[in-house]
Design a protein around this ligand. Sequence first.
Ligand code: FMN
Length: 253
Amino acid sequence: MKLYSLYFSPTGGTLKAARLLCSAWDCEITELDLADRSLDTGSLKFEKDDVCLVTVPSFGGRVPQFIIPKLERMEGNGCRAVAATAFGNRAFDDTLLELKNTLELHGFVCIGAAAAVTQHSIAPRYGAGRPDADDEKELRDFSAKLKAAAESGTAAPVNVPGKYPYKETGRSTIIPAADDKCIRCGICASRCPVNAIPENDPAATDAEKCISCLQCISICPQKARSADPAILKAVEQRLEKVCSERKSNTLYI
Ligand SMILES: Cc1cc2nc3c(=O)[nH]c(=O)nc-3n(C[C@H](O)[C@H](O)[C@H](O)COP(=O)(O)O)c2cc1C
């Protein structure tokens, strides 16, 4: 049995959750970053005996849309999958349903699903410090359950919450830009998952393409990129009611 962990983690929380969900596995684990534009997901042909964990952040209660065609190019061939999302202590709405449906349409059988609370990447005071020690234990224990189910061959297809048609996707309003600390190293441009930063002008951002994932801010070695603080503050205030109370992880097997 091989375990594949496919993830998109612009600021690191999703990868933390994905690693906890893999923690009980002692077989070979292949991590693949869905933000890597050179990753040819069409070459990924899985086998029945494999397990594929796909972990994405919930953006507006949906899967970040650039990921869908990447998943659609993969061949599941009956491979067992775990659909997982990291969400910033508001809600994950239709994210798991959209992820599970996409995987199942392409030959995967979803035997488990997880929604893990992580620090909100736009408004870090929500979900601050999560996953915390309690979350870590919960996710590690769940990883052991997933592994046992996969090994015993008793795992059954799982149901997840969500509605179809899915929630409408919103427009990105947070468009990061670079200041004069930018040395044009081009790291942000080469790693932007949607190619929204021109290689020849890395201080600019194409607002039409940008998905506000904030990866460029998080990886800039010069700390030259940032988003408009007034817009961030307004988002934080808008989220106050729905994000302040501690939310639980939800795990399905
Ligand atoms: C554009 C955008 C939309 C988001 N939408 C939601 C949401 O609908 N619900 C939620 O709970 N958190 C939401 N978040 C928070 C992220 O899901 C959460 O912070 C996640 O950990 C981000 O992944 P990362 O830590 O790997 O960057 C959103 C974050 C961004 C940047």
